[in-house]
Design a protein around this ligand. Structure first.
Ligand SMILES: [Zn+2]
Length: 292
């Protein structure tokens, strides 16, 4: 992707030097369906998490125990490579948000309001609870922020076999897709539906995720219109979308595929909805709920 390496984003909060959220883990179930993650990466997070002791509960309120507090992590200095990545993320964020500021009123008659993006390392405290980098990037509707630990990109490349700058851009665009769902009131409606109908929870979650992929595709469509795409970029995004499909992740982690446990959609579905957004460039083409 062509991008301006000197770009500075005003909407990025760099919390990489803060040494995490102060604890060694996070309390599960503390914020149910609130956080919207990037992929079934949560599964990987759980695998690494179950071996850890929960030290964070005292911070979440309610628990009055006197559990010991772990030492703050020593902040590591960021490498030049990581700082370039941080700049890239800021460029993508601004480009995508400028795109939505322009096309959301045109297409939906709704004005866009900007989200912010938090860079963190290892652990972070968000408006949706404490989270670990190992759980993958996520969007928190309560504070309208996208959270990403840049180490995730290493994982995307090595564990998921999805390298490339446009694969990285797709991750940000997908999370902003969740912000768009918030701006459009879709997130609220779906959360209410999920509360009323627990059995449809996973299906609704899949449809939300696929819609975020479709919205990411719309941004990719716009970047193509403006000549920012280089050859191979779209393939990188499609490959990343496919790599984080539930079937692929289940296969990697448990060796078997259980469609009834999908929360983000299969590799084929994620690719397909990204492509729909990319080909049409239209929000109206992203109604994943209409066909279900
Ligand atoms: Zn998502």
């Amino acid at each position: 992707m062509r991008w301006d390496q000197g770009h500075e984003s005003e909407d990025v909060e760099d919390r990489r030097g803060e040494g995490g959220a102060g604890g060694g883990g996070m309390g599960f179930g503390g914020f149910g369906g609130m956080r919207v993650g990037f992929g079934g990466l949560v599964v990987l997070g759980i695998l690494s998490f179950v071996f850890k002791v929960d030290l964070i509960s005292p911070f979440l309120g309610g628990g009055g125990s006197m559990a010991p507090v772990t030492a703050r992590r020593e902040p590591r200095p960021s490498s030049a490579q990581e700082n370039t990545l941080a700049k890239f993320v800021g460029f993508v964020l601004d480009d995508a948000q400028n795109t939505w500021t322009k096309i959301l009123p045109e297409q939906q008659g709704v004005s866009y309001r900007k989200a912010r993006l938090v860079l963190f390392r290892d652990a972070v405290r968000s408006g949706c609870g404490d989270a670990e980098g190992a759980m993958g990037p996520f969007y928190c509707p309560a504070d309208e922020r996208v959270y990403i630990d840049l180490n995730f990109y290493d994982e995307l490349k090595r564990k998921f076999g999805a390298p490339g700058d446009f694969a990285q851009a797709y991750v940000i665009a997908h999370e902003l897709g969740h912000h768009l769902q918030n701006v459009l009131g879709i997130e609220r409606k779906v959360r209410m539906l999920q509360e009323r109908n627990p059995r449809a929870q996973k299906l609704l979650s899949v449809l939300m995720e696929l819609q975020a992929d479709c919205f990411a595709g719309i941004w990719a469509h716009e970047t193509q219109q403006r000549g920012l795409l280089e050859s191979g970029d779209v393939d990188e995004a499609l490959k990343a979308a496919s790599a984080v499909g539930d079937d692929h992740i289940q296969q990697m982690t448990t060796g078997r595929v259980r469609p009834e446990n999908f929360t983000h959609g299969s590799s084929a579905q994620r690719k397909e909805w990204f492509a729909r957004g990319f080909e049409t460039g239209k929000v109206s083409a992203c109604n994943t709920f209409a066909e279900n």
